[in-house]
Ligand binder design. Structure first.
Ligand code: ZN
Length: 148
């Protein structure tokens, strides 16, 4: 969530509560750079489905976990937080409408496909985790295939 004063991307949540109608979460945030405080309202999504991991273990889908890894890929990139939120919302409704569970592989693949059209650097960063890049050579190979 971007600071409304200095536009810094690192803000921390200092208080969260559910609104009276149970439809949103009201959060007090503080900018880690300039200390400005502001309030945001986030629509609560009751998206529930299971994720099957590569070892066939199942776990509940965790939006914040996915969001964290996406945000890491966008570190220092200029991107509207709203666009990331919207992207995850769109994907979630696809994932949840299919069936009761989805593979983690599909989640990563779908996110990658979206990032490809949003930001080259974030795309490569996310792909490097997904494909377990281990050397510069792996990056070069990937970039050659994807961008040439
Ligand atoms: Zn700030």
């Amino acid at each position: 969530m971007k600071c409304q004063k200095c536009r810094n991307l690192d803000t921390k949540v200092i208080d969260s509560r559910i609104t009276e109608d149970w439809k949103s979460i009201r959060r007090r945030r503080e900018c880690e750079k300039c200390g400005a405080r502001f309030t945001t309202f986030e629509r609560m999504e009751f998206v529930n489905f299971l994720v099957t991991k590569n070892n066939w273990e199942k776990e509940m889908y965790d939006r914040s976990k996915l969001q964290r890894s996406i945000l890491k890929s966008f570190s220092k990139r200029n991107i509207e937080m709203d666009r990331i939120e919207q992207m995850i919302n769109d994907l979630e409704s696809e994932w949840a409408s299919n069936k009761k569970w989805i593979t983690s592989k599909r989640i990563w693949k779908d996110v990658l496909n979206k990032l490809k059209y949003m930001d080259d650097v974030a795309y490569i960063r996310f792909a490097s985790i997904y494909h377990n890049f281990e050397s510069v050579g792996d990056f070069i190979k990937f970039i050659k295939i994807e961008f040439e």
